[in-house]
Each structure stands twice: as structure tokens, then as C-alpha cells.
Design a protein. Structure first.
Lengths: 226, 226
DNA sequence: AAGAAAACTGGACCTCGGTCCGTTTAGGAT
DNA sequence: ATCCTAAACGGACCGAGGTCCAGTTTTCTT
């Protein structure tokens, strides 16, 4: 959605297909029934590739996920991997897609306090904690998937999280610049930061969790929980 | 300071030199008179390389700064560039070193409100604004120099900024987890975020500045300025 | 069923960051 | 002045990400 423009612009008469890539359709709420419907062989190869990548991670860690290795392990050519996922980041993101989608479903339509029904502050608190633990779980993958700085904030799942946070904030502090406030809050949940704090500084997750609650309290001007 | 360990560990009997690199000595306050004192030729080449890199940026933008191109432009071998700066990030960082050092001198010993003498809250506000404008100026370089997520928070200049921020916070809200609070605040000043907000969302710097002041007010529980 | 367009495939190829190691040189000691 | 050694040098080399395009397969149309 950022490259599509210039990509198709650069090949006037030729195959004209291009603009491949995996549609990380996330912003839609429920499970979208309208899969982009890949061609049968393409869908099969996509599945194989994801499976191969997962296996490689299990065996050699994220660093072992070489585009060539994945291709080989899946029994396809390298070009196929790139056509499907765009680049390495795209492949790794695809691996994270499921958990991202789950999280999203949870805060959009799941049970309170994460989902609708609870007061906004509580939802916000729950959101941070949920993200925190999910990130801690998949930290390596998240770090590796971290796109170049220019794209970080454009990824659909990031956008969705940001939109949701902004919306919650607007219910709590309607007069603030909730857009910026949301960015700040989410910054606290950045995988790189979590990595630094937990693995390099040795902080336990509980402290980060407390820090989140405190942060929410300060930023929204509400009381800390309990 | 993170690699030194394992690097020297991997070459037992050999040249044993290694652990090359540019000492980004930043944490020392004044200008350190004890340069690591490179050999004459090394110092000359270092200067040439930085100059060449600067020229390349001016001509082709940051993307034009290829290690090989820099080496060629400086009339040295590629190995020399790596020996001096470790990797591309190191080279780019070195380019930023001067402005980083200036900023640091300013908040450590410059005139108020940035330097000592003003109330801590004012210093904190001034700090954010200063960082904001410096980042906006050197945004491309900062983005390109952004190290892999694992190292981001270990860089000396980042550490220094963090330490200083923590210290200021401790004077304002002694009972808070100032370490985490500082991380949050600094997260707001992350180049990637600034890039996103100003260039992708089209926000003017003034809004970011206001956002910073508001954030400081909320986090420290003080009043917004004016 | 046949034909054509669209989509997909695979691997040769390119670039660039990073490593290695045999050679050269600075500069202190004798 | 000479020697000696640690330091610096440079460019061949390697691996990985990413591009390209000629050839193949699927799917749609008639």
C-alpha cells in the first residue's frame, strides 16, 4: 500500500502483474471470507514456505531463516519466496500474523477487560499487559521482523494497535492530543525496548507491567489500580 | 563493549590486536585530552574517510554511502573502513558524533534552561525540544544509522541521554520508577517515530513540540508551561 | 477442447556488508 | 642508522538479500 504505487508504475507494458505480496489484511474485523484466493499451486507453496520457516526457526533460531534456506527446505525456488512475501521482513511478519490477528480479535471483540464492555482505562491497561506478554513470548521473532525504521509504523498491525489505543484514549482524555499520546504509550511496548530492559538490564516482566500501569495512570491522570 | 569480549576470545595466539573500532567516548564530560592516539597514517585515513562519507551523502544521499564507495572515495581499501568503524552503523554514528557530543555538552554543562541552573522540569522540557530539533535536522542520517534493534539502546550516546533524563526525573518525581519513565519519554523522541509523524503523517514540528511538553506535564504531574 | 492471458516458478545474477590474511609501515628501542 | 614489533593496510573472498526474465502451469473464455 506504499509500494504498490511506484511498483506498478515502473513496468508499463510488461507482465504487468507484479505487485505480488501477501495481503496482511488485518484491519478487517472478523475473519475475512474473501481470501485473495491465490492460485492453487501458489497457496500450496505459501503454506510449505511458512511451515519450512517455522521448522528452521525451531532448529536454528531466527538467524537460520535464510531466504535461500527456506526456499530449499520448502522445495521451491528463491524467487518464489520473494514473490510471495516481498522480502525477509514480510516472511517473518507472516509468521507473526496469526498471533497478531488473535490479539486484534481479542481487543476488538473479545471478553472484557480487553474487549468492549469494560471502562476504557481498564481496557487500556489490559491491552498493554497483553501486548507485553505476547511480545515477551515472541521476542526473537519480533526483533528479527522489525522492519527498517522507515516502515515500522506503517505496518497494518501496528496501525490497528495505534488506532485502537487512540480511540481508548479519546474516551478517557478527550481534550488531549490522543494520537501522540498513543504513540508514546505504544513506544513503551516496542520489542527493542522490551528486549533491552528484560534481557540486557535484567528487569523482570512484572516490573515492566507495573511500569505500564503507572504510565497509563500518569498519562490519563487516573489513579493507579488497586 | 559488548563484542570486545567474544572477539578477543576468538583469536587466541594471533595478531591479538583486533578490537579495533572508534572509541565513541561520549560519557566523559569535557573534551577528553587522551585521544586513543591512532597511528599517524590511521588518523589521516580516518579523517579522509569521514570527509569522503560526508561528500557522498551530499552528493547521493545517505543511500549512496556504500562501504566500498567510501573506501574508494577516500583512496583506501575496504578493510580499512571496517577496521576503523567496525561496520556501516559505526561509520554513520561517527558522522553523528560531533552533534551528539555538542548536545551532550549542552545539557551537562551549558547554559540554562538546558544546562544546570534551571529547575529540573524546565531542563527536561528543553531537553526534549533540543533533541527534537536536532533529530529533525539529521533525520536521514539518524534513520540510516539506526542500529539493529538489539544494539539500539546500548549505544553510549543513547545511554548518556537516558541517564541524564533519569536523573532529571528523579528530582521531579522521586518516588516513580524513573528508569522506565525515562525510557518512555525518550521513546517519544525516537527518530523512526519523528520520521513517521512528520514525513508520513505530515505533522508540523510544533505539534510534536507541544506534544512533548504535554507529555512531560502528564508524566511528572506538573502543570503545562504558560 | 482448444487457445490465450494471467499468474507463478526457479535459478542465474548482481550488489553490498562483512571477514580474512598476507603484506607494508610507523615509530620506539638499541 | 637499524631493527623489531605492533598496528594498519588492502583487496580477494564469502554469504545473504534482492532482481530479472525466460519458461511453465493454471485458469478463464469461447
Amino acid at each position: 500500500m506504499l509500494y504498490a504505487g511506484f511498483m506498478s508504475a515502473t513496468l508499463p507494458p510488461f507482465p504487468k502483474s507484479q505487485e505480488p505480496f501477501d495481503p496482511p489484511r488485518l484491519l478487517e474485523v472478523g475473519s475475512a471470507p474473501d481470501e485473495p484466493c491465490l492460485r492453487a499451486d501458489a497457496a500450496r507453496n505459501r503454506a510449505r514456505l511458512l511451515e519450512a520457516a517455522t521448522r528452521l526457526i525451531a532448529e536454528h533460531g531466527v538467524a537460520g531463516v535464510t531466504m535461500e534456506a527456506v526456499a530449499a527446505a520448502a522445495g521451491v525456488g528463491k524467487g518464489t519466496v520473494f514473490r510471495r512475501f516481498g522480502d525477509r521482513t514480510g516472511l517473518l511478519m507472516a509468521l507473526l500474523d496469526h498471533s497478531a490477528h488473535t490479539l486484534q480479535a481479542d481487543f476488538l471483540g473479545g471478553p472484557p477487560p480487553l474487549g468492549p464492555g469494560a471502562p476504557a482505562v481498564d481496557r487500556l491497561r489490559a491491552l498493554g499487559v497483553a501486548v507485553l506478554y505476547r511480545s515477551a513470548e515472541q521476542l526473537d521473532l519480533l526483533l528479527a521482523a522489525q522492519a527498517e525504521p522507515t516502515r515500522r509504523h506503517s505496518h497494518p498491525s501496528t496501525r490497528a494497535l495505534h488506532m485502537h489505543t487512540t480511540m481508548l484514549l479519546r474516551q478517557i482524555v478527550p481534550d488531549a492530543d490522543c494520537d501522540l499520546l498513543a504513540q508514546t504509550l505504544l513506544g513503551y511496548l516496542d520489542p527493542a525496548l522490551i528486549h533491552h530492559l528484560t534481557r540486557q538490564c535484567g528487569m523482570p516482566l512484572e516490573r515492566l507491567e507495573a511500569g505500564w500501569n503507572d504510565l497509563v495512570a500518569r498519562v490519563t491522570g487516573t489513579d493507579a489500580p488497586h
